[in-house]
Write a protein that binds this ligand. Sequence first.
Ligand SMILES: *Cc1c(COP(=O)(O)O)cnc(C)c1O
Length: 231
Amino acid sequence: MLRENLENVEKNITLACEKAGRARQEVTLIAVSKTKPVSMLQEVYQAGIREFGENKVQELSEKQPSLPQDIHWHMIGHLQRNKVKYIVGTVSLIHSVDSLRLAEEISSQAVKKSLCQDILVEVNIAQEESKFGISKEETFQLVENISKLPNIHICGLMTIAPFVENPEENRIYFRKMRDLSVDIAHKNIDNVDMDILSMGMTGDYMVAIEEGATMVRVGTGIFGERNYQIV
Ligand SMILES: *Cc1c(COP(=O)(O)O)cnc(C)c1O
C-alpha cells in the first residue's frame, strides 16, 4: 500500500512540475510520518525516501535511533524553547521558527554543540488565528534579526496553508509566499538564503509546486489517515 501511495505522490509531483515548467529535482518530497510506527517508516525508507518530517520532539527522538543514519529529519511542528536542546544537530532542518527568542535558543544550543543549524522561518500567510507563524509584515525584520545570530542559518520560508476543500483556494497564499521569498532574497542579507520554500501538504501540494514550492510535506497521501486515539 505504501509503495503504491508513494508512486501516486511521485506521479503527481512530476505532473505538477511539468505543468509549471520546472525540473523534478527542484522539489524535495518530505514524508510526514507523525503518529506512524517505525515499521511504516522503514517501508517508505526501503522505497527510497530519505527525508522524513515529524512534528513532536519526543516522537522524533524516539524514532531516530531505530532508523538508518542517512535519513534527513525535518522538525515541522511548533517548537518549545525548552525542547530545542534535544533536536539541534539531530535534524537537518527546523521548519517552524517564528520568533527571535526561539532562534536565540537554537543559536545558543548550536554554539554549545559547535555546529550550524539550518532553519526556515514560518509565516502565517493567511493570518489564521489558530496557526503559529509570524505575519508577512513581520517576516523581513525577523529574518534580519536572526541573520545576526551565530551558528544558525536561514535557508528559506515555510507555511501551513489553510485547510480547504478545493486546493485552488490556497493558490493565492502560495503565490504570496513565493513573492515574499523573492522580496527577501533581493535584499541580499548576509547569512540568509531563500532557496527553500516549504509549502504544500496532501491536499494542496500540486498547487504549491505550481506556485514555486521546493519542499512539500506529505503525510496522509503516503501513510494514510492518522488515528490520533491510538497514540
Ligand atoms: C501533519 C503535517 C503535514 C502533513 O499533513 P498531511 O495533510 O497529512 O499531508 C505537513 N506539514 C505539517 C507542519 C504538519 O504538521
